[in-house]
Design a protein. Structure first.
Length: 119
């Protein structure tokens, strides 16, 4: 068994798609739409881990408290620089031990996103 999919309710699907597609680097697998909702499915390049972004027009308020999603990156320095250039206000790069380097940004809904490089 492995982790397959995480569903995130979002306030603005296009802003969230831009973040997860253009900054995180996930690819859009599929989009569905009705009068009440719109959904986008994204995945890493292997397709093993998926994120479902859903915007419901008349849904409950989106809150992003107490949850962090962590993505592994090969070059934390380059991604940190990109986050700065895109105005994402990244945290400082942290290096708590010789094997891990990481930083945080917030997605468009205020969800904490960590980018970690295993050294």
């Amino acid at each position: 068994m492995h982790f397959y999919q995480l569903m995130l309710r979002v306030r603005d699907l296009e802003k969230s798609l831009a973040f997860y597609r253009d900054f995180v680097g996930l690819k859009v697998l599929n989009r569905l739409k009705s009068d009440e909702w719109e959904v986008a499915f994204l995945a890493d390049k292997e397709g093993a881990t998926q994120i479902e972004l859903i915007h419901i027009k008349e849904g409950v308020k989106v809150e992003a408290k107490g949850l962090t999603i962590c993505f592994q990156t090969e070059d934390v320095d380059a991604l940190h620089k990109k986050a700065q250039e895109e105005g994402l206000n990244p945290s400082d790069i942290r290096n708590p031990d010789p094997l891990n380097r990481y930083f945080y940004v917030y997605d468009p809904d205020g969800l904490s996103i960590e980018f970690k490089q295993k050294v």
